[in-house]
Design a protein around this ligand. Structure first.
Ligand code: FES
Ligand code: FE2
Length: 386
């Protein structure tokens, strides 16, 4: 990352650690229970924040080589991301044009995408390549090709529009406000270290907010994260996106050194949250993506957790093992401590039916609730006599 940005964050974090403070919101805030339980609001969020908003779906390193692909779902939309043989990045609905089965599963390298049902095959640029009994079908046309979706690689983060009509421009510019903050980290050069999927019995906003405050470190993560990191946070907004940085223990020792000798990257975790709620946790040499999406009901969500890391080419095997271990530690804490807390909260909120509290010391949690409120609009209804 940019040295100037890194050093200004280091300075702020040292000040907070020394004074035992954190960035604060002007006032505490309450959030109505219905925001986590109301089916109507949930349906609007799914529609507007996910189907109609460009989504971060993965890392460029997942399709680094020509011929590589990976399949994933966003809400219930099956998509496949491909690096075609000419190196062009593409996204398609992962839907066969014969009867609708998937043309790709998991990830890998391929010459063609082949449907597992009757075997229709498609080139990596989406054209129907072959099918058995060709003469028994209508003559081939563009309707037989896979449905392309707009996709963009922004600083190593893959952004996709789930609806073709969203347009390439909107997807290209979705991260304009925040990408310069992590552009120089070369996330795009990093290799996949692992990926997992979790079904969670909690509203998606509760899950996103797990990555937005350090108030819980000393209690929930007493044995795991708290011995390594502190919750003294520096919070920033970049258009609709945010960054919340929190330091490794001992960062204040840098105050004794000349700034010229400071590292080019803060000894800290930097949680960049991309609207509507994908968190990119960037550390030195690695990054995780926590993609949270609303489930079928307000009290459920699905989380796609993945991690990438810089691989030292001189010691590839060692370096991959270390990346895997770091990834697994992150998953263990998230799955074993954070997600169960979110599930408890959901049950509690639904039972009690009263607003929840968000402290001044949780500014990023506050910001996001305000954003989600501001950005949601009533569905446009057309009067009967129109
Ligand atoms: S559904 Fe794909 S070949 Fe039949
Ligand atoms: Fe946590």
């Amino acid at each position: 990352m940019n040295r100037e940005i890194a050093h200004s964050i280091i300075r702020r974090l040292i000040d907070h650690v020394v004074a035992d403070t954190t960035d604060l919101a002007p006032e505490p805030r309450v959030e109505p229970a219905e925001h986590f339980t109301d089916p109507e609001r949930h349906a609007l969020e799914r529609e507007q924040f996910f189907l109609d908003t460009p989504q971060a779906v993965g890392f460029a390193g997942q399709v680094a080589e020509p011929g590589s692909y990976f399949a994933t779902d966003v809400l219930d939309v099956p998509i496949v991301i491909v690096r075609d043989r000419e190196g062009v990045l593409r996204a398609f609905l992962n839907v066969c044009t014969h009867r609708g089965a998937q043309v790709a599963r998991g990830c890998g390298r391929a010459q063609r995408l082949v449907c597992g049902f009757h075997g229709w095959s498609f080139t990596l640029d989406g054209r129907l390549a072959g099918r058995a009994n060709d003469d028994d079908f209508q003559p081939r046309s563009s309707a037989n090709n896979l449905q392309p979706l707009p996709i963009s690689d922004r600083a190593g983060i893959l952004m996709v529009g789930l609806r073709p009509e969203m347009g390439q421009l909107r997807v290209d510019h979705a991260l304009d406000d925040i990408a310069p903050q992590f552009e120089e980290m070369e996330i795009g050069e990093m290799e996949l270290a692992g990926s997992d999927r979790f079904e969670v019995a909690a509203n998606w906003k509760l899950v996103v907010n797990l990555s937005h405050e350090g108030y819980h470190f000393q209690t929930l993560h007493k044995e795991s994260l708290a011995p390594m990191m502190t919750g003294h946070g520096a919070a920033d907004e970049f258009g609709l996106h945010t960054r919340w940085a929190f330091p490794m223990r001992g960062i204040e020792a840098l105050a004794e050194k000349d700034e010229a000798d400071w590292p080019g990257y803060p000894p800290a975790a930097m949680n960049h949250t991309l609207f509507p709620g994908t968190v990119i946790v960037a550390n030195q040499g690695g990054a995780q993506m926590i993609r949270v999406e609303p489930g079928s009901e307000a009290g459920t969500s699905v989380v796609y957790f993945s991690g990438v890391a810089e691989i030292d080419r001189a010691k590839e095997e060692e370096s991959r093992q270390a990346a895997r271990a770091t990834y697994e530690l992150g998953v263990r804490i998230f799955e074993g401590e954070d997600l169960p807390a979110a599930e408890e909260c959901q049950r509690g909120i639904a039972t009690r039916g009263r607003p929840i509290e968000i402290g001044r010391n949780e500014p990023v949690v506050q910001w996001w609730h305000q954003r989600w409120l501001d950005e949601l609009h009533e569905p446009v209804t057309v009067p009967d006599d129109a």
